[in-house]
Ligand binder design. Structure first.
Ligand code: ADP
Ligand code: MG
Length: 240
């Protein structure tokens, strides 16, 4: 695949839940190595789009292509093996297991032996700043630590495309700063990142490009500094 081809193409994707159109005719191309911000008011359809890309949902119509391959009908575990990882807006750790075991579960996607998976998991925990909590019970982590674990579990699958759903939301300024640095490091290693955030300011310094969703549609797209000044975007956020 030539470098110029998009790593991800969302092609006229629509998803209806009964009468509600959660995603309406969405078209989106993501370049390899890009950090894309997916923003929009609550209920805009951001998490729904992640569910469609990661395979939790199937679109009512439209196609999704990853590295040139049509993955629209591929089950979620196979998309993960293909190189797509996601975090959940509400962290989903195995609370009775310890932190490193949670990360090892992600690593098994790559068919590792147990010892190898553990070494890789510890390295991943170190990368997200959670190595000192490796033996802690996951259920006892603080909320910001749970976010880091969620990112570690996704990274352990060695993705080429990483979908982050509100991982910076609700953090203190210094925690958010650490989170931004972590995402930058991940992107520098060549991982393409799409990050969903509800609060625009959080993603602005980090993303190469922003796409704004509103009522299931793409409302605006462009450099973050331009998007925040877009009248339609300002109105959409005011209407919340
Ligand atoms: P966002 O992440 O941008 O806040 P969501 O993608 O979670 O928004 O939701 C978009 C819309 O789709 C909302 O109106 C939400 O209530 C609806 N929705 C999301 N998931 C489901 C579902 N599984 N069943 C029915 N409606 C849903
Ligand atoms: Mg959401």
């Amino acid at each position: 695949i030539p470098q110029q081809d998009p790593i991800l193409r969302v092609d006229h994707v629509t998803l209806r839940f009964g009468g509600l159109v959660a995603n309406a005719d969405i078209c989106l191309e993501v370049r390899r190595g890009e950090i894309l911000g997916l923003i929009g008011p609550n209920g805009a359809g951001k998490s729904t789009l992640f569910n469609l890309i990661s395979g939790a949902y199937r679109p009512t119509s439209g196609r999704i292509l990853f590295e040139g391959r049509d993955i629209t009908d591929l089950p979620a575990p196979e998309r993960c093996r293909a190189g797509i990882a996601r975090t959940f807006q509400v962290p989903r750790s195995f609370d009775s297991m310890n932190v490193v075991e949670n990360v090892i579960v992600g690593g098994f996607v790559r068919h590792r032996r147990a010892a190898e998976a553990r070494t890789a998991a510890l390295a991943t925990l170190d990368a997200v700043g959670l190595a000192h909590r490796a033996e802690a019970v996951a259920g006892e982590l603080t909320p910001p630590e749970k976010r880091r674990l969620e990112v570690a579990r996704a990274l352990a699958t060695e993705p080429r495309l990483l979908l982050l759903d509100e991982v910076l939301t609700g953090l203190t300024p210094s925690e958010a700063k650490a989170g931004v640095e972590l995402i930058r490091r991940v992107a520098e290693r060549g991982v393409t990142v799409i990050m969903v955030e509800h609060v625009m300011e959080v993603v602005m310094p980090l993303v190469d490009r922003a796409v704004v969703l509103h009522l299931g549609r793409v409302l605006a797209e462009g450099p973050p500094t331009e998007v925040v000044r877009n009248d339609a975007v300002i109105t959409a956020y005011l209407g919340e």
